[in-house]
Design a protein around this ligand. Structure first.
Ligand SMILES: [Zn+2]
Length: 112
């Protein structure tokens, strides 16, 4: 049975929803604010798998254009790869920072 993860756009909350039938997807609402503005995101498992893959293939010396950063999954990739190349291990803290950068949550830490 597929369990999908959705990101609620108004409140930026990620929730897991068990979808039994394809038509159930249309009825998915945010459990916190009730909004139907949800975008499906990859489950954490496959997300981290593809992230490791992306990191492996990523070349920090190759030129990157603006479209690279339009994919939020690429935010923080350069920093992570450089740290890896330098042999620095920041542990789970870097993943947390990058995750907040990708979801826009990091902006809440600053008074803008
Ligand atoms: Zn919500």
């Amino acid at each position: 049975m597929p369990i999908y993860e959705y990101l609620c756009e108004p409140c930026q909350r990620i929730m897991s929803v068990l979808v039994l039938k394809p038509e159930d997807e249309k009825n998915v609402r945010c459990s916190k604010c009730g909004s139907a503005s949800l975008v499906r995101v990859l489950s954490r498992f496959s997300y981290h798998k593809t992230e490791a893959q992306r990191l492996k293939e990523f070349d920090t010396r190759a030129p990157r254009d603006d479209s690279f950063y339009k994919d939020s999954r690429n935010i923080g990739l350069w920093a992570k790869k450089r740290l890896q190349e330098l042999g620095a291990d920041l542990g789970p803290e870097i993943d947390e920072i990058v995750e907040r950068g990708r979801t826009g949550k990091i902006l809440e830490d600053y008074d803008l």
